[in-house]
Design a protein around this ligand. Structure first.
Ligand code: HEM
Ligand SMILES: *[C@@H]1O[C@H](CO)[C@@H](O)[C@H](O)[C@H]1NC(C)=O
Ligand SMILES: *[C@@H]1O[C@H](CO)[C@@H](O)[C@H](O)[C@H]1NC(C)=O
Ligand SMILES: *[C@@H]1O[C@H](CO)[C@@H](O)[C@H](O)[C@H]1NC(C)=O
Ligand SMILES: *[C@@H]1O[C@H](CO)[C@@H](O)[C@H](O)[C@H]1NC(C)=O
Ligand SMILES: *[C@@H]1O[C@H](CO)[C@@H](O)[C@H](O)[C@H]1NC(C)=O
Ligand SMILES: *[C@@H]1O[C@H](CO)[C@@H](O)[C@H](O)[C@H]1NC(C)=O
Ligand SMILES: *[C@@H]1O[C@H](CO)[C@@H](O)[C@H](O)[C@H]1NC(C)=O
Length: 352
C-alpha cells in the first residue's frame, strides 16, 4: 500500500512536471485552516461586506469578480491586489480590469479588521475566496465549503493578465480554450459565467453588438433599450452602466440562463454560450435554466475548482500586512513559477 502510494506519487510528480504550472496545484488547502488561528474569520469578513452592502448593492458582484481576476493570473495569490510600485507592475490596469474592477477598498477594510483580530494570519487571497462565498449568499445564492490556506504572492504579472483574462467579445471556442488553460472545462465555463446573474457592465464592453450589423442573437426589444443607453457616437468608450441580468439584477439565481434562451444575454461572451449551436453548452444552459438547484450545485463545484488554481501554500509567498503591498521593500526573485507560463499563454492570444 505504502509502496504503491510512493509509486503513484512518482507518477503524479512526473505528470505535474510535464503539465507545468497550468493545472490545479497539488498543494492542499483545508476547510479548517484558520480554526485555531482565526476562528472568527468568516464572521469578520461578513460583517465588513454586509456593512458595505448597505450603501452599495453591487459590492458582492464586484468582490466575486476580484476572486476570478485573481485566480486566472498565476493562481489565487492576490497578485491582482498589488498596486504599482518600484518593483510591481500592477495587474489592475489589464484590459479586463482597467477602470472596471471595484471593491478594492472593501477588501482593504476586511484586511484591517482581520489584522486587528488575528494579526499576520489571514492571507489576502483567502479574503477574496471567503468574500466570494459571503457575497453570493448575501444575494440569495448557494454557499459552499471554502478551502483555505492560500498565501499571497510577492509578484504580479500584468503581461500574463492581458493574455489570460477573457474578454467580452470572445467566441465560444476562444472562451473554452481560455478556461481550459486554467484546467476548467465546459461545464465550469457555463456555470461560472452564471456569476453574471448580478452586477453591472459598462456599454464599452458590449456596444459593438448594437450598431452596424447588430448582433442577430440580441433580442430586438433589448437591442432598442441598450441603444438608448449606449449611443452610437460613444461606441467603445462609453462607461454608462447597465444590469448584466435584466430580469433580477441583484439576485443570485438562474435567471441568467433563461435570459440567454431569450437572446437577452448582455455580453457577447454570455450569449455565445447558447447561440453558437454548440450542443454541449446549449444543453447546460437549458439544464441550469430549468433547475436552479442544478445550477447552484455546479456553481459551487466550479468556484471551488477555480479557487484551487495554483495557490501558494506552506512557506511559499507571504501573508501580506496590507493587500496592496508586498511586506518587504527588498523583494528579490519573488514567486517561483515555470517561466513557460507566459509563453504558453501566447497561444491564447493568437488563436480565435
Ligand atoms: C467567461 C468569461 C468572462 C468574461 C468575458 C467576463 C467579462 C465581464 C465584463 C466585460 C464585465 C463588465 C465589467 C465592467 O463593465 O466594468 C463583467 C462583470 C462581472 N463579471 Fe465577468 N466575465 C467572465 C467571467 C466571469 C466569471 C467566471 C465571474 C465570477 C465567477 C464573473 C463575475 C462577474 C461579475 C460578478 C461582474 C459584475 C461586477 C460588478 O458589478 O462590479 N465573470 N465580466
Ligand atoms: C466575531 O466577529 C463578529 C463581527 O466582527 C463580531 O460581532 C463577534 O463578536 C465576533 N465573535 C467573537 C467570538 O469574537
Ligand atoms: C493602492 O492604490 C489605491 C489607488 O489605486 C490607493 O487608494 C491605495 O491607498 C493604495 N494602497 C496603498 C497601500 O498605497
Ligand atoms: C486605464 O485607464 C486610464 C483612464 O481611463 C487610461 O488613462 C489608461 O491609459 C488605461 N490603461 C490601459 C493600460 O489601458
Ligand atoms: C460561506 O458562507 C456561509 C454564509 O455566509 C457561511 O455560513 C460559511 O461559514 C461561509 N464559509 C466560509 C469559509 O466563508
Ligand atoms: C447614458 O445613458 C443615458 C440613459 O440612461 C443616456 O441618456 C445618455 O446619453 C448616456 N450617456 C452616454 C455618454 O452614453
Ligand atoms: C425577447 O425578450 C422578451 C422578454 O424580455 C421575450 O418575451 C421574448 O420572447 C424574447 N424574444 C426572443 C426572440 O427571444
Ligand atoms: C434538479 O437538480 C438537482 C441537482 O442536480 C437534482 O437532484 C434534481 O433531481 C433536479 N430536479 C429535476 C426536477 O430534475
Amino acid at each position: 500500500m505504502g509502496f504503491t502510494g510512493v509509486r503513484m506519487g512518482a507518477v503524479w510528480g512526473a505528470i505535474f512536471v510535464v503539465l507545468g504550472t497550468i493545472s490545479v496545484s497539488r498543494a492542499q488547502l483545508s476547510l479548517t485552516f484558520y480554526d485555531q488561528t482565526c476562528p472568527n474569520v468568516t464572521a469578520i469578513v461578513s460583517s465588513v461586506i454586509e456593512s458595505a452592502f448597505q450603501t452599495d448593492i453591487r459590492i458582492g458582484a464586484s468582490l466575486i469578480r476580484l476572486h476570478f481576476h485573481d485566480c486566472f493570473v498565476q493562481g489565487c495569490d492576490a497578485s491582482l491586489l498589488l498596486n504599482d510600485s518600484a518593483t510591481i507592475v500592477s495587474e489592475q490596469s489589464s484590459r479586463s480590469s482597467n477602470n472596471s474592477i471595484r471593491g478594492l477598498d472593501v477588501v482593504n477594510n476586511i484586511k484591517t479588521a482581520l489584522e486587528s483580530a488575528c494579526p499576520n494570519t489571514v492571507s489576502c487571497a483567502d479574503i477574496l475566496a471567503i468574500a466570494a462565498n459571503v457575497s453570493v449568499v448575501l444575494a440569495g445564492g448557494p454557499e459552499w465549503p471554502v478551502p483555505l490556506g492560500r498565501r499571497d504572492s510577492l509578484t504580479a504579472n500584468l503581461r500574463l493578465a492581458n493574455k489570460v483574462l477573457p474578454l467580452s467579445f470572445f467566441t465560444l471556442a476562444k472562451l473554452k480554450k481560455n478556461f481550459a488553460f486554467q484546467g476548467l472545462d465546459t461545464t465550469d465555463l457555463v456555470a461560472l459565467s452564471g456569476a453574471h446573474t448580478f452586477g453591472r457592465a459598462q456599454c464599452r464592453f458590449f456596444d459593438n453588438r448594437l450598431y452596424g450589423n447588430p448582433d442577430k442573437n440580441l433580442n430586438t426589444t433589448y437591442l432598442a433599450k441598450l441603444r438608448q443607453l449606449c449611443p452610437q457616437s460613444e461606441v467603445g468608450a462609453n462607461t454608462n452602466l447597465t444590469d448584466l441580468d435584466l430580469t433580477t439584477p441583484n439576485i443570485f439565481d438562474n435567471k441568467y440562463y433563461s435570459n440567454l434562451q431569450q437572446n437577452n444575454g448582455l455580453l457577447n461572451s454570455d450569449q455565445v454560450l447558447f447561440s453558437t449551436f454548440d450542443p454541449d453548452t446549449m444543453a447546460i444552459v437549458n439544464k441550469f435554466s430549468a433547475n436552479q438547484t442544478a445550477f447552484f450545485e455546479a456553481f459551487s463545484d466550479s468556484i471551488i475548482k477555480m479557487g484551487n488554481i495554483n495557490p501558494l501554500t506552506g512557506s511559499q509567498g507571504e501573508i501580506r500586512k496590507q493587500c496592496n503591498l508586498v511586506n518587504g521593500a527588498s523583494s528579490s526573485s519573488g514567486l517561483i513559477m515555470g517561466g513557460g507560463v507566459e509563453s504558453q499563454a501566447d497561444d491564447l492570444v493568437s488563436s480565435i
